[in-house]
Design a protein around this ligand. Sequence first.
Ligand SMILES: [Mn+2]
Length: 324
Amino acid sequence: MDTMPETTILTHADPDGICAGAVALSRFPGSRVFFTRPTSFYSDLLHTESQRIVITDIALTKQDAPRIVSLLKQKKHDGAEILYFDHHTIPPTVSKTSVKNSLTLYVHSKRASASELIYRHYMTDIPRERVWIAIYGAIGDYADDTPFVMERMMNWDRRALFFEVSAICLGIKNEEFSGYDAKRRMVRTLARGDNPSDIPGLVRSAKNAVNREFELYEIIKDKAQSHGRVAYVKDVPSFGFRGPSALFAATVRDSRLGICAHTRERYVDITMRTRDYSLKLNVLADRAAEKVGGSGGGHAAAAGAKIPKGTFRKFLDELNRQMR
Ligand SMILES: [Mn+2]
């Protein structure tokens, strides 16, 4: 059996999670980096044996939150140090106080990316240039409009920053870099102060992805439809670009809300994006999905839902009603 690592970092495998994980690794060199997601977080946490556990960018699901809080409490009681940095909504199935009490450190705000939150907490303990990682994560999560990130952006050449962000966000859309091992290498590269573009092949991978994204736009332009105030594409191949597909649908149909839907075996997988940041997509997704027996959530500007097969029309009707 492996010896117990002193620190384990549990993070999400999207750009914000990769960057938040890199800030954590910068602060705790030699940590084990483990990628997880909201639906597998409970079991991954259950199998994490470490003196210190850093959790970043993982939403607590409504269903699992109570048993996650109990598990955290137990681990803390057994002597583990548990540090939590997140920006997702705390579900109504647990109280904020109970989450906070189950942790050694609780840093939570819905108004910033996980990367910004963890960077701000450790900024005096790590090299100043690691702020780039926080900026990449913030842009990657569409959360760069915070006072902290906007102010820090002024210190650097923002065009170079955007180039590096694109290398991560687009580069991981190809198979070569979409797996956990490749992403772990990315976390290590960023943590030691190198840039995404230093990773061999990543920029080329981003270029391939951007080509596909433009091809995708042409397809969406042809296939997007409207249902009242909502634009959508359903069961149109999106090549891993579900967010852009939803956004392009809104763009070409001149709607505020765009949806990309994929029919699975038993449910319909919904991705929602908006061109109007006054809409709260997570609220819309949650309410409309609940009406048709599904579940939804996410962020204000990027949300998703899972609804039972055969309820798509009704779901669109509900969204139209909510947006009135
Ligand atoms: Mn995030």
